[in-house]
Design a protein around this ligand. Sequence first.
Ligand code: ADP
Ligand code: MG
Length: 354
Amino acid sequence: MTSTSSISPLIQSLGEIPPEAVVFGRSDAMQALRNRMDKVASANVPVLIHGESGTGKDIIARMIHGLSPWRTGPFVKVNCPAIPGTLLESELFGYEKGAFTGAYGTKPGRVELAHRGTLFLDEISELDLGLQSKLLQLLQDGQFCRIGAQEDKKVEVRIVCATNRQLEVEVEAGTFRQDLYYRINVVNLFMPPLRERRSEIPDLVDYFLQFYNRKFNSRARELSTELMTSLQKYHWPGNIRELENLIKRYVILGNEDVITGDLVTREQEYFNPDINLDGPISLKKLTRQATRELERKVILKVLQAHHWNRKQSARALSISYRALLYKIRDAGIPTNRSTRRRLEPVPNQGAAAD
Ligand SMILES: Nc1ncnc2c1ncn2[C@@H]1O[C@H](COP(=O)(O)OP(=O)(O)O)[C@@H](O)[C@H]1O
Ligand SMILES: [Mg+2]
């Protein structure tokens, strides 16, 4: 068995969960989510939480743990994309002494550390097919095998997974096992994006304002009605995380103009249609062009930010590596270094290549 000293560093601290009234707000969608979560938390079945990045999947996973019969047990989070592929197997399942070069001792994996607790697998779509089958075995009979071990071990663990991808699409593409998808998806919790629950924005703003005023010992004032109205109109691609960061900046800088300016820039980046009012307008065509153009800009920005490392960029964009390669080709973004350099300033590039 594992010693307590080897367990503690790996177990994520639970951090601060906002009050329930803040987490679920008042929208129908969130109330429905709460009912579903309450029902499922006490039953030991796998749960799949899906929704865009920043919608609160981590918080819900921790709440499920807090409401489960194993709430006094460990909550172990594994952020799948953060651990390089080859390490992930040993992190998850552990290894025996001598299993590979450098395995000088025995090490329990996080699956084992989550015994009688919750194992939270974040960004589950990042598991490769080999690890997916090991996970399937764990879900089927509670058994797994440390790397280099002769025998399987048994563990009792509640598995909660999260993803911001459409796993059905990954299944279709053959990158995610269908049988595993059914196993982890016994109960599905969908986190609505913030733009679909705008009515909650004022309460969230109040909460973050109080929270960061307390944290930074500040006295930032309530937001003006105008700014609150703009916040409610904005489309929040980064969801609650984006809103939280905006308020944090406001509290630190103590100046509304900064966030008003920020919002205007962000809006312009997203909605800047080039409409010719002299002729007939095809809304469908314009929307398609705008989407492609936006995709192209975002991909380019992310590629530049990751020094053109496509694997990292795919992760940052929450799409598969293959999907990114396809989109790069589709958007006519050159992968060759010299052509790329010419492209960097991107003045007015016109319609993307077909
Ligand atoms: N309903 C909520 N109330 C307050 N804060 C929230 C809420 N949902 C998310 N957050 C905050 O937003 C940030 C992103 O949430 P997180 O659970 O990490 O999202 P995800 O895992 O979906 O990307 C965190 O700082 C979290 O505390
Ligand atoms: Mg998360």
